[in-house]
Design a protein around this ligand. Structure first.
Ligand code: NAP
Length: 359
């Protein structure tokens, strides 16, 4: 039997933490060895303390695990962090210093120059930033960041168009699900039958992070892409799935047919296609006039595919489209796990005792 790689989850009781637990339950390469959360949960049995909100039964293997405090050492060379952003920084640094590869979902380190902000299908080469990070900070491990949940879907859908036509201007308006605010999140009396036209810090994150992700790797650093971004973010009464309407301008002429072809023909590098969490295709184009819709399309590719629809000319910029991504899968736990898989595939994390990577 093949030995799996042990992993730990920080913030395991929260919305994103629960998604990690669900997605890792039967993972072919990785195995949960430790769960950690705040001091009020630590020392208690996970099944007793978690307010389980996933639509499958709590996996038997983790239900009886005792929740630990968020401090090293915890079993696991890979540590997935789904911590509240207000507390994540020093905790994640402590784990990286002590030798763990911390894949973080929080905003804290995303824009650090030496921290890769990864969408494996788009910019796996940026992983090399951790070499300078480890050297510069004197850490035995490293921090790798997952983008903000709306940026993850947006940048993945735009990557094929940026590569083919050179993005120059981007206007995006989001309709973001309530699960994006964690649990219990937005009060039901605030969101039912309503739209809230503000999500703190979200517009700035989309503007900064999309340029870093689509940036170029040059002389051991990432040069941000130079397109201008105008983002409007809204919270809507949807459970899961961030939808976005986009207008985009490009440096080269782009027809609708060319854009559809670029999206449909987009293929990540072979080494990324082979990762267990990489969906095929990672960008789906839906030609129906009323799609994508969160309730109908959110689980495409196991929640890892981004769906693009309504491609049409834009009278102000060049192209208009609608896109949809799963905020806790592509935008958090699913892609976090895919980054963990990338560490294994690149040989940066090995099974105890060495040997081949699990297949
Ligand atoms: N929800 C999304 O769609 C989404 C998507 C992308 C990124 N993110 C980011 O992912 C992170 C987690 O989000 P979430 O939605 O899962 O939030 P959440 O449901 O509020 O969960 C927060 C987690 O952090 C733990 N925590 C809180 N204070 C702590 C402390 N002082 N020490 C240790 N652990 C502590 C909580 O443990 P207790 O249960 O013990 O309090 C809980 O496990 C945030 O940084 C968020 O911005 C969220």
């Amino acid at each position: 039997m093949i030995q799996k790689i042990p992993v730990a989850i920080l913030g395991a009781t929260g919305t994103v933490g629960q998604k990690f637990v669900r997605l890792l339950a039967n993972h072919p390469w990785l195995e949960i060895k430790a769960l950690a959360a705040s001091a009020s949960s630590a020392g208690r049995v996970y099944g007793d303390v978690v307010k389980w909100r996933e639509t499958v039964a709590l996996p038997a293997g983790v239900a009886g695990m005792v929740v630990r405090e968020c401090a090293p050492p915890l079993s696991g060379q890979i540590v997935f962090s789904a911590l509240d952003a207000d507390v994540a920084g020093p905790i994640e640094q402590e784990f990286a210093r002590s030798g763990a590869y911390v894949v973080t979902n929080t905003r804290t380190h995303r824009m650090d120059r030496d921290v890769p902000l990864l969408i494996p299908e788009v910019n796996a080469s940026h992983l090399a930033l951790i070499d300078g990070q480890r050297k510069g900070r004197g850490w035995a491990g490293a921090i790798l960041a997952n983008p903000n949940c709306s940026t993850a879907a947006l940048a993945l859908a735009l990557a094929p168009l940026h590569q083919a036509f050179g993005l120059t201007r981007l206007f995006v308006s989001t309709m973001q699900a309530v699960s994006g605010a964690g649990y219990p999140g937005v009060a039901s009396l605030d969101i039912l039958g309503n739209v809230i036209p503000h999500i703190a810090g979200e517009e700035e994150k989309i503007e900064r992070e999309s340029r870093k992700i689509l940036g170029t790797w040059q002389h051991d650093e990432v040069l941000p892409a130079e397109f201008a971004v105008s983002a409007h973010t809204n919270r809507v009464a949807v459970v899961d799935g961030h939808m976005m309407t986009v207008s985009a301008g490009f440096s080269r002429r782009v027809s609708i047919e060319d854009a559809v072809r670029a999206l449909r023909e987009f293929r990540p590098p072979a080494s990324i296609v082979e990762l267990p969490s990489t969906p095929s295709p990672c960008v789906e184009v839906d030609g129906r006039t009323d799609r994508p819709q969160p309730r109908l399309d959110i689980d495409r590719g196991g929640g890892m595919a981004v769906t693009v629809g309504r491609l049409r000319p834009c009278p102000i910029l060049d192209l208009r489209l609608v896109l949809l991504g799963h905020n806790t899968v592509r935008g958090a736990a699913g892609q976090g796990i895919q980054i963990g898989e990338l560490l294994v595939a690149e040989g940066r994390v090995k099974r105890e005792g060495g040997g081949e990577r699990p297949s």
